[in-house]
Design a protein around this ligand. Structure first.
Ligand code: PLP
Length: 430
């Protein structure tokens, strides 16, 4: 299987190369030349075996093809249960990995792939990652203490929850964290600028672990095959999937899964007050904006990068609208949905998941629905505890992180400052 940039299909590369590069030199995003079709009925039951079967066509003839089974086994060593809410309504819990958010799937898969490649090639890699909350923690955890790798994590100062911040800053050794004076979009812009900056490229062999990296998307596609196969077995129907969305990485995985033949009726992009996507679907005009701060902070994205991949496959707006719709939810609606879900179902959901559940209640009552739960509620206790007045149990993996010591540097939103900070704290140079 070959991959091309969304902006220029002349250069065709293999999956491993796309994983290493992150973004294409022309600033486009890598996409597979074609999406393979899979017969979901023949897929195995265990998630690690199923993900291997689903991801394998994308690694056909790749240097990692023979390692892929082992990579899936090591990366996906935690559960992803479907929790029942009511008749034909399930919650897909994607937060049982080491940092308690769905980002663990992509980050751990990418880390395993890059480790295998570095062992083959014996090259030191520097990973830059901008995070609106959970990506950085998942990436840091996945790459912590791995040889041949250092990670620079950028997060918006004061705009992540205390527990998220701890997950971003508690590592040390080969993980370096910077709080940027700005918003998530500024962090993302710094990373994008670094990739095409000559000083960065002279001194570091750069790779990215953001949701623009292909290695993050492939596992996200695999879990939709797994979950919808199980949903179909249980309810004998194809679900509408409602996905809390920011940069659209998670949703893109679902769209690819649907194109491959996974039993999905429709995909709903659930967004907070950052409405770039629903406005685009309404008007046909792409108007990225500065991000607005909300309670669902990992979705505070005003310029969702992965839209470029979606429009690459569906250049015609009506084709895209046949597959997906999108609705926006306010902070007040997030609060009331967290309360109602607890009272009605005795389920504590995080603010991101609440965005999806609000949309189900408003638009998809009495439909077969799968809600995607993207993070464990205990990461957002400052939002949830005052609403529900209950203690939220902390999963063990999160508790382990919370008692570690934080270290990070605050930096200006400026490429030169970012470069110097990287250079000074670097543990390896090209
Ligand atoms: C990252 C994240 C999202 C948004 O996912 P995208 O792939 O960026 O659309 C939603 N919820 C949580 C908890 C997240 O960490």
């Amino acid at each position: 299987m070959k991959f091309v940039s969304t902006r220029n299909s002349d250069e065709k590369i293999m999956a491993s190369e796309a994983l290493k590069r992150g973004m294409a030199p022309d600033k486009g995003l890598y996409v597979p030349i074609n999406i393979p079709i899979i017969r979901f009925k023949s897929l195995p039951d265990s998630f690690s075996d199923l993900s291997y079967e689903v991801i394998r066509p994308f690694f056909k003839d790749d240097i990692l093809e023979t390692k892929l089974k082992d990579i899936c086994k090591k990366a996906f060593n935690f559960d992803l249960p479907l929790i029942n809410l009511e008749h034909e309504v399930d919650i897909l819990e994607l937060f049982h990995g080491p940092t308690a958010a769905f980002k663990d799937f992509g980050a751990r898969f990418l880390a395993e792939c890059l480790s295998q490649l570095q062992t083959i090639e014996q090259k030191e890699v520097t990973i830059l990652v901008a995070t609106s909350g959970d990506t950085g923690g998942a990436v840091a955890s996945a790459f912590f203490k791995r040889p041949f790798t250092q990670v620079f994590v950028l997060f918006p100062e004061g705009r992540v929850s205390k527990r998220q911040e701890k997950q971003l800053t508690c590592w040390g050794e080969n993980i370096h964290s910077f709080a940027v004076k700005g918003a998530f979009d500024d962090c993302q812009d710094l990373v994008k600028a670094a990739f095409i900056n000559s000083k960065f490229n002279q001194n570091f062999l750069l790779s990215s672990a953001n949701s623009i990296n292909l290695g993050r998307l492939l596992p996200q596609m695999a879990y939709y095959h797994y979950a919808t196969k199980n949903y179909l077995k249980k309810w004998n129907k194809k679900p509408i999937i409602i996905i809390p969305s920011g940069n659209l990485g998670n949703a893109l995985g679902a769209v690819w899964a649907m194109e491959m033949g996974a039993p999905i009726k429709k995909i709903i992009l659930a967004v907070n007050e950052n409405k770039t996507i629903p406005e685009y679907l309404d008007s046909g005009e792409w108007k990225p904006k500065a991000s607005v701060q909300t309670l669902a902070n990992a979705m505070d994205v005003g310029n969702p990068s992965n839209m470029e991949r979606l429009t690459h496959y569906f250049p015609n707006l009506n084709d895209l609208k046949n597959k997906i719709s999108s609705y926006s939810v306010s902070d007040n609606e997030i609060r009331s949905t967290i309360k109602e879900t607890y009272l009605k179902y005795n389920q504590i959901i995080c603010p991101h998941t609440a965005v999806a559940e609000n949309i189900r209640n408003r638009y998809f009552k009495n439909n077969p629905v799968m809600i995607v739960a993207t993070a464990h509620p205990s990461k957002f206790e400052t939002v949830i505890q005052p609403l529900l007045n209950v203690d939220i149990p902390i999963p063990k993996q999160l508790a382990d992180v919370l008692c570690r010591k934080s270290h990070f540097e605050i930096i200006e939103n400026n490429l030169d400052v970012f470069y110097k900070a990287c250079f000074n704290s670097s543990t390896q140079k090209k």
